[in-house]
Design a protein around this ligand. Structure first.
Ligand code: ADP
Ligand code: MG
Ligand code: MG
Length: 375
């Protein structure tokens, strides 16, 4: 779809004039444009059309982003050597003072200051990058740990609610609209065998043993901007920032970092664990998270590492059964292939659970008085 971007831009309070509009980034959810300034001394901007099919209440979403970025900036202002403008997204207001603009066709737009001299990577390649990734998300959670998670609106209700995800799978199985159940019986028993165990984090939360905190909920590596020396600079893509358990962010980051193969690898024998990258991420994460995580939260992290690939596999399989409604596919069995790859990853993670858990435990011990053994 094409838009009159200059017309959209005229509704925002920008400094200077736009010299060029460049489609930008590798994001899959929003449409992103880099706006270059005619005056190189003035900042550039990043304009995004927010996907209102995925996010149904954009004004509430932007209120979350405003709240979180204000809080982060406030916290960093008190830390010597910090640069809040570089380390936190800055929202550019619309001319009506709102933090978004809604055009006459019902599309929502927002603008951020463009963070120059930064890069984002789709995949973690080095231990240094994994370490920086861990630091970025650990710091993000730490700085938000004193903000009341109840103030945030749930931009996608039940996003990491495994019971809801399994209910949806169950409904799809009962309906079997594409007559595909016969092909996925092995995957379904794999899911059923683990269903109770995978509710552990949610149950601990319900029992009041895990605090609901503000988490990112989309801790892909390309949602961190690194500076030109590959040091973490800014956590971006705040659309899914919502209340949740820290293990979700941890497991989500590890799901891709630790996998030696792509998410949709057809040849599952290529799926192995990259333990050094895991270790590096954990080291970076605890540098910040070590100061606020509770004993039980530390213990929940390795469970999160199992849960998130499980949940992602459930989602891919549900979509396959429903007839490929949600995820874009490139072949008939793409979603099934994706689900199988997640379950293979999960099997490997289960086999190596003790090794991974020990790495978390040993790193945590440097920061936290662990009262009981992690098991
Ligand atoms: P999506 O939800 O579609 O992934 P993102 O908010 O992650 O959208 O933005 C897409 C890409 O745009 C990012 O991966 C990053 O490369 C780039 N980007 C986002 N915000 C900024 C910014 N403020 N400055 C520079 N680049 C940015
Ligand atoms: Mg993104
Ligand atoms: Mg996003």
């Amino acid at each position: 779809m094409s838009y009159n971007i200059s017309e959209i831009v005229s509704n925002f309070c920008i400094e200077g004039n736009v010299a060029a509009i460049i489609p930008y980034g590798a994001g899959h959810i929003n449409d992103t444009f880099h706006l270059k300034n005619t005056n190189p001394g003035l900042p550039g901007y990043l304009l995004q059309r927010i996907n209102h099919h995925v996010f149904e209440n954009v004004p509430a979403l932007m209120k979350n982003v405003q709240l979180v970025t204000d809080h982060l900036k406030g916290k960093l202002t008190g830390i010597p050597g910090s640069s809040p403008d570089k380390e936190v997204l800055t929202i550019v207001s619309a001319k009506d003072k709102q933090c978004f603009f809604c055009d006459e066709t019902g599309n929502y737009w927002r603008m951020y200051c463009f963070l120059k001299d930064t890069k984002s990577y789709d995949m973690v390649l080095t231990e240094q990058q994994a370490y920086e990734g861990g630091k970025a998300f650990g710091k993000f959670q730490l700085l938000l740990s004193d903000l009341d998670s109840g103030l945030l609106y749930e931009t996608i209700p039940g996003f990491h609610n495994i019971t809801m995800r399994l209910d949806r799978l169950n409904k799809a199985v009962l309906a079997d609209p594409k007559n595909r159940i016969k092909d996925v019986l092995t995957e379904l028993s794999f899911i059923i065998e683990r269903a109770d165990q995978m509710a552990t984090i949610m149950n601990l939360g319900k029992e009041g043993k895990l605090p609901l905190r503000i988490i990112h909920n989309d801790t892909k590596f390309n949602n961190i901007l690194l500076d030109m020396n590959d040091h973490e600079q800014c956590v971006i893509d705040l659309d899914t920032v919502m209340p949740g358990y820290v293990a979700y962010d941890f497991g989500d980051a590890i799901r891709t970092i630790i996998n030696t193969a792509p998410e949709d690898e057809k040849d599952v024998t290529k799926i192995e664990l990259n333990i050094p990258l895991f270790k590096a991420y954990v080291a970076g994460y605890f540098e910040y998270a070590g100061s606020f995580l509770s004993d039980t939260e530390v213990k929940s992290l390795s469970m999160g590492v199992l849960l998130i690939p499980y949940m992602q596999g459930v989602r891919f399989l549900t979509d396959y059964i429903e007839g490929d409604i949600y995820y874009k596919i490139h072949s008939t069995e793409h979603n099934l292939q994706r689900a199988r790859a997640q379950f293979e990853l999960l099997s490997k993670l289960e086999k190596n659970y003790d090794v991974l858990d020990q790495i978390v435990h040993n790193t945590a011990k440097k920061y936290i008085q662990i009262t009981t053994e992690i098991k």
